[in-house]
Design a binder for this molecule. Structure first.
Ligand code: GAP
Length: 571
């Protein structure tokens, strides 16, 4: 019998089943309390060109998403903020609050396909899998750790009704299924006797008595089987034998470990230092869902921070807090964000601490949070695994896993990845702190958080409902729109001249089509923080109206001060 949960080899040991976080407790978007809000966000994302389904004209491809004109700008801005704030903008001479010492940061861009041995030593080849269950009747496939249910009996019959849902939805769905299964009318449903608790399918019911979520009769679910989440591919023309077998990376982190020695040998960095990378990762998720939250192709923003073993606990706390503050500084609502330290039973065997930064996505029931980023203390596990071979914990120690013949199960590179500190004259294998964020999940969180509906007065002063994305100006796809009040009287000429001054400085749009109210509405939906209107008064006194998206204040500003003013607001 396999374990009851997903075993992901990196970052953390499998969490206790059904903890209140989406990684364990998937909730279907269409049945959750804030469903209409999420639907509106998804619809806005499509309508305004933020996010489209991949290959949509062929019916789409589950788990794959494209970013449209506004979406690509938002995502690039987000990644640019991360790269700037964590790497290029980092002051290497200062001791930041909470940091034990100053530290250096540098970047990398590694390949998606790497030597297959990378994944054998990292543990992904053996351990990066979910347990899946098939339904012979409905042909649907489920993650074993997402299935739960409760026992229902009526007269002599008894069945374990299985659901993928959470909370009240799970109760409603199982009640409806049981009523149908026992062939009862609604007014007889109280005759069904229920075991009190909703419990995981794993370990609580024989499969022969389990009524699958989409099945009409029990016994259609197959025994769980392992499913490795890595996408496999073949290298070269002569595809066919195991030597050609390669994998699309399921995380960007391993590329950094592969280049640890290269970076130390070729640059002047000294421990403590971090290497950051942004890039695509691929996971063949069994049940991609909740818009872009769980995709099969996504982007990660990862840092591997190398430090002395004795300082690693302090660095872990520093990075946890630094990454938490990054989301707050970019405007995520504090009440919708949660920092969750993993319990001891969730920690990887080599880790002294892992925390998840989680967001209350609107597709989740109240009180539930989904993971945005994990910050993990990884000890020396990764560098040692790539030196010595795949490691396992034995009697409290990390040792090389061996096969029946006593040889390493997965041989390491044999290269020395230790670090020599020429000041303290010490040699050691650095410990690693890993802040690992998802770019797509962050975009989704910022989109959800920015989405607001309110009322604004129209041109005649009557209240008009508006949809507005209150994105932080650094993230907003467009920073400013230049709008001539009317398409005549010399206003377009002045507006175009201002547009040309602003465009090289920031993402600027010129729009002269439609009423001014409609043009403001279009910019509000796109999240543009400022609009500048050129009107009759401009021609008289060379001032323009600067409208603020969030406060709706409109102030007159000298035309020739607009560029400097907006530049300073963006700085
Ligand atoms: N190197 C560590 C690592 O990959 P992880 O918790 O598996 O850790 C890190 O992934 C982050 O990557 C997650 O917090 C999440 O933001 C993002 N991520 C992981 N799987 C994802 C998926 N299927 N779709 C979108 N984002 C994902």
């Amino acid at each position: 019998m396999p374990p009851h949960y997903t075993f992901a080899p990196r970052i953390k040991l499998p969490p206790a089943p059904f903890r209140k976080t989406i990684s364990q407790k998937q909730s279907l978007m269409q049945k959750q309390p804030e469903q209409s809000r999420m639907d509106k966000i998804v619809s806005l994302a499509k309508r305004r060109g933020f996010i489209f389904q991949s290959s949509e004209i062929y019916g789409g491809l589950n788990g794959f998403w494209d970013y449209g004109p506004l979406g690509v700008a938002l995502k690039r801005n987000l990644k640019e903020c991360w790269w700037h704030d964590m790497l290029t903008g980092h002051d290497e001479l200062a001791t930041l609050p909470g940091a034990p010492t100053p530290y250096e940061m540098t970047g990398l861009d590694c390949t998606i396909i790497m030597h297959p041995q990378v994944w054998k030593c990292s543990g992904h080849f053996d351990l990066f899998h979910d347990w899946l269950v098939d339904c012979r009747e409905s042909k649907r496939r489920y993650r074993y750790d997402h299935l739960k249910g409760r026992w229902a009996s009526h007269r002599e019959k008894r069945v374990f009704v299985v659901t993928e849902q959470s909370g009240d939805e799970a109760l409603v769905e199982t009640a409806a299924k049981a009523q149908k299964f026992f062939g009862l009318r609604a007014n007889k449903s109280s005759e069904i006797e229920w075991a009190k608790a909703m419990v995981p399918l794993a370990g609580n019911a024989p499969f022969a008595e389990a009524l699958g979520p989409d099945a009409a009769s029990p016994g259609t679910l197959t025994e769980p089987r392992e499913f490795n989440l890595m996408f496999e591919t073949r290298i070269g023309a002569l595809a066919g034998n195991d030597d050609d077998r390669a994998f699309l990376r399921p995380e960007t982190a391993q590329g950094i470990f592969m280049n640890f020695k290269n970076v130390v040998d070729t640059s002047r960095v000294r421990v403590p230092f971090g290497i950051g990378q942004i890039g695509k990762s691929f996971r063949n998720e069994i049940t991609p869902r909740n818009f872009t939250f769980r995709s099969r192709e996504f982007e990660q923003m990862e840092i591997e921070f190398f430090c002395k073993p004795n300082d690693s606990a302090a660095w872990y706390r520093f990075w946890r807090d630094r990454r938490w503050n990054w989301y707050l500084n970019l405007g995520l609502t504090p009440g919708r964000l949660q920092l969750r330290e993993h319990d001891a039973d969730e920690l990887s065997h080599y880790s002294v601490g892992t925390a998840d930064i989680e967001y209350a996505f609107p597709f989740l029931p109240d009180g539930e949070f989904g993971e945005l980023e994990g910050i993990a203390h990884r000890g020396d596990f990764d560098l040692r695994s790539h030196m010595e071979g795949k490691l396992v914990r034995r009697d409290g120690e990390l040792v090389v896993e061996t096969d029946d013949a006593g040889k390493p199960r997965h041989r390491g590179s044999g290269k020395d990845l230790s670090y020599f500190d020429d000041i303290s004259r010490e040699r050691f294998v650095p410990h690693v702190i890993e802040p690992s964020a998802g770019a797509d999940r962050a975009v989704l969180a910022f989109l959800c958080d920015a989405y607001h509906e309110d009322e604004v007065p129209d041109e005649d002063g009557k209240p008009r409902s508006r949809t507005v994305l209150k994105l932080h100006p650094r993230l907003a796809p467009l920073k400013v729109a230049i709008l001539p009040l009317v398409k005549k009287d010399g206003m377009p000429e002045v507006a175009i001249d201002l547009y040309r001054k602003l465009k090289p400085q920031m993402a600027t749009m010129y729009d002269e089509k439609g009423s001014i109210g409609r043009r403001y509405a279009r910019q509000d939906e796109a999240g543009t923080p400022w609009c500048i209107t050129v009107d009759g008064q401009t021609l008289a006194d060379t001032t323009v109206t600067l409208r603020d998206r969030d406060s709706l204040t409109q102030v007159r500003v000298p035309l020739d001060e607009c560029v400097d003013l907006l530049r300073s607001r963006l700085a």
